[in-house]
Ligand binder design. Sequence first.
Ligand SMILES: NC(=O)c1ccc[n+]([C@@H]2O[C@H](COP(=O)([O-])OP(=O)(O)OC[C@H]3O[C@@H](n4cnc5c(N)ncnc54)[C@H](OP(=O)(O)O)[C@@H]3O)[C@@H](O)[C@H]2O)c1
Length: 296
Amino acid sequence: MRVLITGANGLLGQKLVSLLSGMHEITTIATGRGPNRNPAGSYSYLSADLTHPEEVNQLIIASRPDVLIHCGAMTQVDECELHPDQCWQANVSGTEYLLAAAKTLNAYFLYVSTDFVFDGENGPYEENDLPNPISHYGRSKLEAESLVLNSGLKASIVRTVLVYGVAHDPSRSNIVLWVKNSLEQHKPIQVVNDQWRTPTLAEDLAFGCWLVAKNRHQGIFHLSGEEMVSPYSLAIMVADCFQLDRSLISAVDASTFTQPGKRPPRTGFIIEKAKGMGFRPKSIAEGLAIVESQLS
Ligand SMILES: NC(=O)c1ccc[n+]([C@@H]2O[C@H](COP(=O)([O-])OP(=O)(O)OC[C@H]3O[C@@H](n4cnc5c(N)ncnc54)[C@H](OP(=O)(O)O)[C@@H]3O)[C@@H](O)[C@H]2O)c1
């Protein structure tokens, strides 16, 4: 089976490349913008900018995937709010070009989406709860979901929440690494305690995506951790795991920050459907121990 992974230089993309390239029955093709930032392994890498339809067509012709796992996206919420056209191009038009190209091969299509499709008034959410995005990022991801579900292809939407983990040469950080790095430099940090999430270890998410894709499941799947915590509580867990000074962390309300993109207050997922197909996410303590072992 030939599997194409978009966003392969990103956190989830790298975990998928690492997972699938270790499987003999899979031919893994990774794609990202610019040069490959993954360690060497049994996969090929093709660079393509998803906002250029001709590059997307060439990519699909060269890779001939049976399965696409589409994680490439503009993921920074504030950047999306400040540059809405760029966000729409990357998240909606990019998905549209990939879908059109995937149709020529009748490939199976897995689209990775977000808890930010919800307004965060009533989390944790199940798959059939009604989305109501409150940011441009969330609206772009929801629009792409709709394109995928109406494409006529065999397809799934995998939504996830606050992903953390270690990537090689990453272009952006995540909450766990940010807290750890700040505390190591003895920098005081303010972390919100009035938002709620079910954080997700990147390796768990990659494995969950593979469970969905290899069985060609169709429909929407919520994949995340199971523990509902505030970013502040997560930061305290990080401090304790890495034996850093938790007194540097102050709990603040989200209203302390004036961010361009609105964040939903309470998301988090109910993951019973995913557990029914064998998804077993790590606890946060187990996830942090894995991060610690990868960094040491
Ligand atoms: N991280 C989270 O907390 C979270 C939560 C919910 C959902 N998700 C979803 O999960 C998926 C994976 O997220 P992630 O954490 O792995 O994000 P990430 O680290 O930001 O990776 C996204 C990748 O997409 C690439 N990309 C952006 N625009 C592109 C374009 N025009 N052409 C080709 N590649 C492009 C980026 O390239 P560059 O590296 O060159 O910028 C980046 O490598 C995304 O769809 C995201 O919406 C993430």
